[in-house]
Design a protein around this ligand. Structure first.
Ligand SMILES: C[S@@+](CC[C@H](N)C(=O)[O-])C[C@H]1O[C@@H](n2cnc3c(N)ncnc32)[C@H](O)[C@@H]1O
Length: 232
């Protein structure tokens, strides 16, 4: 019990909850199917992006004038919808990868209802196996799958991102757990998942071909820009 309390103290809000509520209340009100998806995800504890993260993704896609987008980890298709909306102007498309058959069925149904089915290609399977088979580059990559696999996915994502492209990774702050160091709290050891996330953050920030910043939106988002071919 004492250990559990100490672990809980170790978690922190990335943003002040009042500030977050203020920001969220400024967003356009989501109605109909989108509101239903948010409610459903909350009730069934499906970890979809927060509404402000969704809007952030949408604006990034629009300003980046993205055409080809790769999403790794789709769940019920909520973030996919915002990415797909963000590439409507360019006639772009989202290639989404998802491993869970239940989520795949729901995502397909949601895109159909949202009128986004034609803009999304869903690849069913484990990203670790799917990514090596892809042979085209993407303007943007959104990585939001199993956090402990991020280091394994690193080289594939790097290869698949166009020079000048944007790679967005969600949950990199993981409720602040990446901030602590082993031994900061007596008796608390870094969880394996958090250790993997830290390893991944070091890969992103240490890579000479990438420029990375972490922004405290949602659960922490890494934005990585790929240098090269005149895009330094
Ligand atoms: C955090 S949820 C994605 C949420 C979604 N991006 C959203 O915001 O609406 C992570 C999803 O990644 C999927 N996933 C986890 N590991 C995966 C892997 N190795 N390959 C493909 N999908 C994976 C899970 O089944 C889950 O649906």
């Amino acid at each position: 019990m004492a250990r559990l309390l100490r672990v809980k103290e170790y978690l922190m809000d990335i943003t002040n909850p009042q500030v977050q509520e203020y920001i969220r209340n400024l967003l356009p009100v989501r109605q109909g199917i989108l509101a239903e998806m948010e409610r459903d995800a909350r009730e069934r504890k499906i970890p979809i992006v927060s509404p402000e993260t969704a809007m952030f993704l949408y604006i990034l896609m629009k300003t980046q004038r993205a055409g080809e987008v790769l999403e790794i980890g789709t769940a019920i298709g909520y973030s996919t919808y915002w990415l797909a909306r963000g590439v409507e102007d360019t006639g772009g498309r989202v290639t989404a990868i998802e491993i869970s058959p239940g989520n795949i069925a729901e995502a397909r149904e949601n895109w159909q209802r949202l009128g986004m089915k034609e803009r999304v290609e869903l690849i069913e399977g484990d990203a670790v196996e799917v990514l090596p088979t892809l042979d085209r580059e993407f303007d943007c990559i959104f990585l939001d799958a199993n956090k402990s696999r991020y280091p394994e996915l690193f080289s594939h994502c790097y290869r698949l991102l166009k020079p000048g492209g944007l790679w967005i990774t969600d949950n990199v702050l993981f409720q602040g757990q990446v901030v602590g160091k082993d031994g900061d709290e007596p008796g608390i050891k870094t969880r394996p998942l958090v250790a993997k996330l830290k390893e991944f953050i070091n890969m992103l920030t240490g890579h000479p071909g990438l420029e990375t910043v972490i922004v405290p939106v949602g659960d922490g988002m890494a934005l990585s820009y790929k240098r090269g071919e005149g895009n330094e």
